[in-house]
Design a protein around this ligand. Structure first.
Ligand code: PDD
Length: 279
């Protein structure tokens, strides 16, 4: 596999980043994951806009213009002959002597990109759905910034896995925030799609925005608000969205089985609508 590091396309074995890189020492970096279908980037403009926002919130230098970054993404897709999967991109503040204070402008950001093949559309999990365990959300208070500091969601997912679940939904003050690496939704028995409103408590998902727009276009009732774990147990359907899963049904939350134990009708329709739009 060819990867991109600071201006060069190299075989992954030859890719090097300094041990003094602030991404390594402080998790001082941000990232984006864009999906690829038939060799084409999906919703990449949204990912670029969010990258700009993450960089700006952390006063981090930009490694290039949107067009320059997109050219690197597309070059990697070509070099690795990627048909379906994702492009990962990471920007860190660069390599400098260890200091909590950000280094000056002379320290240039580190830019790393790689591709990963994955069956996003013909994923067998789309048929069966996933199970989720609710866990305490112990992440920091700026989850709107897409930083590489992902240990808390790793712990959440490990806790879920150890208990026999596919993923974790994180809970703060009794309300669901989001999944370990996706946005979380329930569909009430009345057919209303409910997901937490954006703010500092969750990542403003690019897939989330697209799926909510599709839902509204198709006359589903959407409520962006707090929802409790109890509401989850009582839901007719549930699902998650992300660039790597699109729309994925949730069939069990803790001990509560939803519907007939398969991804629900509204979930399936939203998945189909999203795929249709992306293709
Ligand atoms: N995760 N919430 C969190 C905490 C996430 O990490 C992600 C994405 C999302 C969904 O955002 P989007 O629809 O823009 O992908 C929500 C990526 C896929 C990851 O970390 O691999």
């Amino acid at each position: 596999r060819i990867v991109y590091v600071n201006g060069k396309f190299v075989p992954e074995e030859e890719a090097r980043v300094s041990v003094f890189d602030r991404g390594f020492m402080f998790a001082d970096g941000v990232y984006e994951v864009s999906s690829v279908l038939r060799g084409k980037l999906i919703e990449n403009e949204g990912h670029m806009t969010r990258l700009r926002r993450s960089l700006s919130e952390l006063s981090m230098q930009s490694p290039g213009t949107d067009d320059e970054i997109e050219a690197i993404q597309n070059r990697l897709i070509t070099l690795n002959k990627l048909d379906e999967g994702l492009v990962y991109l990471q920007v860190t503040r660069g390599a400098a002597d260890r200091d909590f204070i950000y280094p000056g402008e002379n320290v240039k950001p580190t830019l790393v990109l790689f591709t990963q093949a994955k069956n996003v559309i013909d994923n067998p999990i789309a048929e069966t759905g996933i199970t989720v365990k609710t866990v305490a959300d112990i992440r920091w208070a700026r989850r709107d910034i897409k930083t590489v500091g992902l240990l808390a969601p790793c712990m959440a997912k490990m806790e879920a896995k150890a208990a026999g679940f596919s993923d974790a939904w994180m809970v703060e003050d009794g309300y669901v925030t989001e999944g370990s690496s996706n946005n979380a939704y329930i569909v009430t028995k009345e057919g209303t799609i409910v997901t937490r409103q954006v703010g500092n408590a969750i990542l403003n998902g690019i897939t989330r925005r697209a799926v909510l727009a599709l839902a509204e276009k198709h006359n589903y009732k959407v409520e962006e608000r707090l929802f409790t774990v109890e509401e989850c147990y009582d839901a007719a359907e549930a699902f998650v969205t992300s660039a790597t899963m699109f729309v994925q049904g949730v069939v069990k939350i803790d001990g509560a089985k939803l519907g007939d134990g398969k991804p629900g009708k509204i979930t399936q329709q939203l998945r189909e609508l999203y795929i249709e739009m992306a293709l």
